[in-house]
Design a binder for this molecule. Structure first.
Ligand code: SF4
Ligand code: MG
Length: 334
C-alpha cells in the first residue's frame, strides 16, 4: 500500500522571548492506508507539536522551519490556510484531548454532527440526523436523540469528548490524528472508542496517527511505533519489534515505566531525571544526561540513525558498539 502521509526531516520552531527554540528536530515518518502509527514519549517530547505541524494548527509563534509534509500527493506545508482548512474538514480529522477547543459552544450537538455528513456525504438533513444518532450510539452516548438537541455545555467532559470523536469520524477521514484521545475517559468507554477507531481503520482503510503515553493503548492499536525524546525520533519499528526487541535505552525505560494513576501524565519510574527544557542546549545524544548506558562519546557526538532488519530504526551509539558482535545488516545514515 502507498503512503498516505509522509513527513520528512520536520523541524518545528517557536519564537520566544529567549529567541528561537526548536520543539521538533528533524523528525521523519510515514503512515500507510489502514495503518496505525503510535507516537509515544513523555509530555513535552514534541509529539503533540509534530501532529499540530501536520494539521497546520501550530500556535501563532510556532512555524515549520524545515522539512516537508506530504499527504497523498499534496504538500501540506505549501498550502494556503484556506486550502489546508478544506483538507482538515474532509480528508484529515483530529481528535484532541480537550474537546471544548473543537466544539462550537453556540451550536447544538445535532447541528455539529449533521454538518460534515451533509457537506461530505451529500446526505439530506433527515438522513444526516439518523446517521448522527447512529454515530452517538457508536461512541457510547446514551439517549442520543436527546443529546442531538443539546449544546456542548450541557454535557459532561467525557460526553463532550465522545461527541467530538463522533464528529471527527462522521466525515470518514482518510487520516485520523488523535492526541491522547481517550486519556480522560473511563476504561470501558476508552475500549469502545479504540474499537470504533480500529473498526473504521479496517473498513475504510483509514490511516491513524495516535499520540499516547499509554503503552497499553499502544499494544492494543499500533501497527508501528515511533518513540520521541526531546524533539527527536529515537526509535521506530513495528509494534512487535518495539515491544519484543526494544533497542534504545529510552524505549526500554518507557516499557518498564509504571503509570502513576494520580498523575495526569505518567512518570518514568525506570529512568531518573526529566525531559530537558526545549531551549536547553545539549551536546551529543540528547538523552545522555539520563541514560544509564551513556558512554564518553555520547556527551559529545550525536548518535547516528541506524537501520536494523525489519524496518526498525534506532538512534543510539550502542548500535555501533554492537556492530562487531553480530552481523545484522545495518545501514548507517549520517
Ligand atoms: Fe544512551 Fe549513548 Fe545511546 Fe544516547 S547514544 S541513548 S546516551 S547509550
Ligand atoms: Mg501533548
Amino acid at each position: 500500500t502507498t503512503d498516505l502521509l509522509s513527513v520528512k526531516n520536520l523541524v518545528t520552531a517557536f519564537r520566544t522571548a529567549d529567541g528561537e527554540v526548536s520543539a521538533v528536530r528533524g523528525v521523519s515518518f510515514s503512515i500507510k492506508e489502514g495503518e496505525t502509527l503510535c507516537v509515544v514519549g513523555e509530555s513535552g517530547c514534541g509529539k503533540s507539536i509534530t501532529s499540530l505541524s501536520v494539521m497546520g494548527l501550530l500556535p501563532s509563534n510556532g512555524f515549520i522551519k524545515e522539512g516537508s509534509i506530504e499527504f497523498k500527493d499534496r504538500h501540506l506545508n505549501r498550502l494556503s490556510p484556506e486550502e489546508l482548512r478544506k483538507v482538515r474538514g474532509k480528508d484529515i480529522s483530529m481528535i484532541f484531548q480537550e474537546p471544548m477547543t473543537a466544539l462550537n459552544p453556540v451550536l447544538t450537538i445535532g447541528y455539529q454532527l449533521r454538518e460534515p455528513l451533509i457537506l461530505h456525504h451529500k446526505l439530506n438533513k433527515s438522513k444526516a440526523h439518523i446517521q448522527g444518532i447512529e454515530l452517538l450510539k457508536q461512541v457510547g452516548i446514551p439517549y442520543p436523540e436527546k443529546r442531538m438537541k443539546q449544546y456542548p455545555h450541557e454535557l459532561s467532559g467525557g460526553m463532550r469528548q465522545r461527541v467530538m470523536i463522533a464528529i471527527s469520524l462522521a466525515c470518514h477521514p482518510q487520516l485520523l490524528i488523535a492526541d491522547e484521545p481517550t486519556t480522560a475517559l473511563d476504561v470501558t468507554i476508552q475500549a469502545q472508542i479504540l474499537d470504533l477507531i480500529q473498526d473504521l481503520k479496517d473498513k475504510l482503510g483509514m490511516g491513524v496517527m495516535m499520540i499516547t503515553h499509554d503503552m497499553g493503548v499502544v499494544a492494543e492499536v499500533a501497527d508501528r511505533v515511533m518513540v520521541m525524546y526531546a524533539g527527536e525520533k529515537v526509535e521506530e519499528g513495528s509494534v512487535e519489534s518495539i515491544f519484543e526487541n526494544p533497542q534504545h535505552p529510552y524505549t526500554k525505560g518507557l516499557l518498564n515505566s509504571v503509570p502513576n494513576l494520580d498523575e495526569p501524565d505518567f512518570e518514568l519510574e525506570a529512568i531518573p531525571g526529566s525531559l530537558p527544557n526545549i531551549n536547553e542546549e545539549i551536546n551529543g545524544c540528547r538523552f545522555h544526561p539520563r541514560c544509564p548506558y551513556a558512554m564518553e562519546k555520547c556527551a559529545v557526538q550525536i548518535p547516528k540513525d541506524v537501520e536494523l532488519p525489519g524496518d526498525h530504526r534506532v538512534k543510539c551509539w550502542l548500535q555501533e558498539v554492537d556492530e562487531g558482535a553480530d552481523n545484522r545488516q545495518k545501514i548507517v545514515h549520517t
